[in-house]
Each structure stands twice: as C-alpha cells, then as structure tokens.
Design a binder for this molecule. Structure first.
Ligand SMILES: Cc1ncc(COP(=O)(O)O)c(C=O)c1O
Length: 416
C-alpha cells in the first residue's frame, strides 16, 4: 500500500487555512448570543443572492428544507405530481413527497447525466393529457395533476434549461431547480442570449451547504434563491413556523431556519468560492488532458458549449467500476459512487411501480460511474498519481481483453 493517501475530498485543509476567520464568527456569536436570525444571516443572504444573480435568497436549515419550501411556496399541492430525474440524491424526491406530491421520473441525457428535454417532452405529450374542463395537465397513469418539474444540476453542471423552461411554459408547470450541487455553475441561455447562474433560471432554486459541497457550512445549512418576492416572503414564513411576526402564525410552517453561526461561516467562505470553482475547473481540465488518451475505455465528463460546470464531482464511467475502485483504494486513493442505485429502483419507491429497464440512461450510468478525487486543494502531483493509476488499470483491462481474444484466435487456428 502506498503511504501518501489521497482523500476523495479534503475538508480539513480549507478549514485550517480559514481557521482564524471561522473562529472569529463563533466568538462573535458567543459575545452577542445572536444565534438565530439577525444581521449575519441577512448579510449572507444578500451576498449569496448577488452571487447567484437573483433578487432574493432565503437561508434555511438544509438543501432538503430548501427544496421542500420552494415547492410549497411555488404552489405545489398535496396530490400533485412533480417530475424529476431518477439519478439524483434521494433528498430531491423526499422533498417532493414531503410537500404532499408524488415524484415521477423522466430519464437523463446519457452524456450530461441531467434531465433529457426530449424525454420530458415525450412524457408531457405522451404520458399526460390536458383536462378539457379545467385546462390542467394530468398524468394518465396516476390520474393526478402534474404541476412542477425539478431539473437537477448534477455534479456541478446545469441541466439544459432552455428547452425545459420552454416546455414548462407550454404545459403550465413551475420549475424548481435543484442546484444543491451547483454553486456558481453557469448556463448559456439562447432564449436570453447570455450566461445565467444556476439558481436564477427557475421559479425558485434550492442550494445545499452540506459541508462537502462547493460552498459548505460547518454543519447543516441551505438556501432558496428566487426572483419572486412572493415566494421569498412565503419561504421566510415557512422556515419560521408560519410567522412573519413573532407568535402571529398565519399558517403552520416548519423549524427550518439558517442559524447565524453557519451564515457567518458561509459568508467567510463565499469570498473564496469563485476561486475554488476556478481551481476545480482547472483540475477537471487536467484530468481531461491525462485521461483523454483512453477515451475509448473510459467515459469522461462532457461539458456542452452551453455549460460552465463547477465540478462538484468529477465522474467517469468504466466497465469494471468496482475493480477500479478497489484498485485505487489499495493504493490509498479515495473514490465515491454518486449514486449506485437510481431512485426508481430504491426500496423506498417500490410503490411507484417502476422496474429495471424503465430508465436505461440512469441505470447504465449507475452501474459504471466512479467519482475521482475532486477538491480545490488537489495538487498536480496527486492528480498525476491518480491519472497514472487509472490509465494503468484501463491499459491492463484493454490488454487482458486483447490477450483473451488472441488466445481464442490462436486456439481456433489450432483447431481447439
Ligand atoms: C442533488 C441534491 N439535492 C438535494 C440535496 C439535499 O441537501 P441537504 O443534504 O443539505 O439536505 C443534496 C445534498 O446532498 C443533493 O446533492
């Protein structure tokens, strides 16, 4: 076993580098006892809204809170159907269920791993129909109204939003972006002829600040971004027991606030986010340069011309994924699988009635994807070592294939 381990994600170093500033946030909270709400939360919300090019940001307790609150505030009602993709973290669908709706899926584009607009179109035209009297869109199989769509900007890359937004307008659907992995990702909108930030394109968007995210708290945190003042106002109430004024509850809500220590920590880190994302992009381009020579054997991330990804994860596909993961583990290189089982095949969703083969794009990806180490502090030397091990593996696999074939050929030629 090689001794110098390369973690899948180094969360220690960036916190050590910012230790004094982060500790000052904690010290200030102790001195003022301002733990919940207040100017520190509001300052962060203003800065993050600016970062995302949106008018509003509402800090909440987690990305799951953000998704749930965004769906409810945008008007998703119990009994509705909300369409998303099967290859995402379960929080996407948990939030839909917790809003009282039923999640339904359309498959992903196999090259980008995000919602395939053509399949969304097929779903809306083929699996749904418009009720003649109400004008509402119904899913035929479920017999329920389809009211929203949640594209997921997976691995730090925006989904192809223009056609999704066009379809949503045509079919009267609300679009809530799951931007939990995409802080700072950009999308070139032909509709608007400009680059747009993830989190600024839908009716509202959800961000997670789980510690391992591109912008991570030192605990749980999340935020909703939106340009809709009414949605922002509703979410401020939803996160705080349905009150806009203390002890005056206009509705039932949740305990889903962003606390001031996490907000202060996030504000310190937000100043570094653009540079950290740039560094991730550099790492991705170096991986691409190294591993591109084996493109036939290993599928690398695809960044279409309309995307500037922030590489929350660097995900490759190889045939013998488990074997490569084991091999890298043996030499001290950490990897991950995001995610091994698509949601439609999870036990939690067996009642939705889906079977293997229903979403081939997501299923194929799930069986071959492997996330290589990706974080801003990944050094050139570490990356060179990772790439070398991956290339050696791919080479060995290819050669063992060739020798197997040549063995068969030689046996056949010998009449064996
Ligand atoms: C795509 C996606 N959606 C939602 C979430 C939920 O965020 P949180 O863990 O902050 O609740 C995550 C976090 O892992 C995620 O990756």
């Amino acid at each position: 076993m090689e001794t110098n381990r390369i973690p899948f994600l180094d969360l220690v170093t960036p916190h050590q580098e910012l230790k004094d500033e982060l500790a000052a946030v904690f010290a200030y909270a102790l001195d003022t006892a301002g733990f919940i709400g207040g100017p520190i939360v509001e300052d962060f919300e203003r800065s993050f809204a600016k970062f995302c090019d949106t008018q509003h940001c509402v800090g909440v307790g987690s990305g799951t809170d953000a998704l749930r609150f965004a769906l409810i505030a945008a008007g998703v009602k119990p009994g509705d159907v909300v369409v998303t993709v099967p290859n995402t973290f379960i929080a996407t669908t948990e939030a839909i269920t917790q809003a009282g709706a039923t999640p339904d899926f359309v498959d992903v584009d196999e090259s980008t791993y995000s919602m395939d607009p053509a399949r969304l179109c097929k779903y809306l035209q083929g699996d749904c129909c418009v009720d003649g009297t109400t004008g509402r869109l119904f899913n035929r199989r479920l017999g329920r109204p389809v009211t929203a769509v949640v594209p997921v900007h997976l691995y730090g890359q925006a989904a192809d939003m223009d056609p999704i937004l066009d379809l949503a307008e045509r079919f009267g659907l609300r679009v809530i972006e799951d931007a939990c992995q995409a802080h700072g990702a950009e999308y070139f909108s032909k509709r608007q002829n400009r680059w747009l930030k993830a989190g600024s394109m839908g009716r509202a968007a959800a961000f997670s600040f789980y510690p391992g995210k591109n912008l991570g708290a030192c605990g749980e945190a999340g935020a909703v971004t939106t340009n809709d003042g009414d949605i922002a106002r509703k979410i401020r109430m939803l996160r705080d027991h349905g009150q806009a004024r203390k002890y005056y509850h206009d509705m039932e809500g949740y305990n889903g606030r962003l606390d001031s220590i996490q907000a202060g920590i996030l504000h310190v880190k937000l100043r570094h986010l653009a540079a950290w994302n740039e560094r991730r992009r550099e790492c991705a381009s170096r991986y691409q340069g190294f591993l591109g020579v084996a493109e036939g054997e290993i599928k690398l991330p695809v960044e279409p011309s309309w995307s500037k990804a922030v590489f929350h994860l660097y995900v490759v596909q190889v045939k013998n994924r488990e074997k490569l993961q084991k091999r890298l583990g043996e030499v001290g290189i950490g990897t991950g699988i995001h995610y091994p089982i698509p949601l439609h095949l999870q036990k939690a969703y067996k009642d939705l009635g889906y079977r293997e083969g229903d979403f081939p794009g997501a299923e194929k990806a799930a069986s071959q994807i492997l996330s290589l180490p990706m974080f801003p502090g990944l050094t050139y030397a570490q990356q060179d070592r990772i790439a070398q091990h991956v290339l050696d593996f791919v080479d060995e696999e290819a050669n063992s294939g060739i020798s197997a074939v040549s063995r068969i050929v030689s046996l056949t030629s010998q009449g064996g």
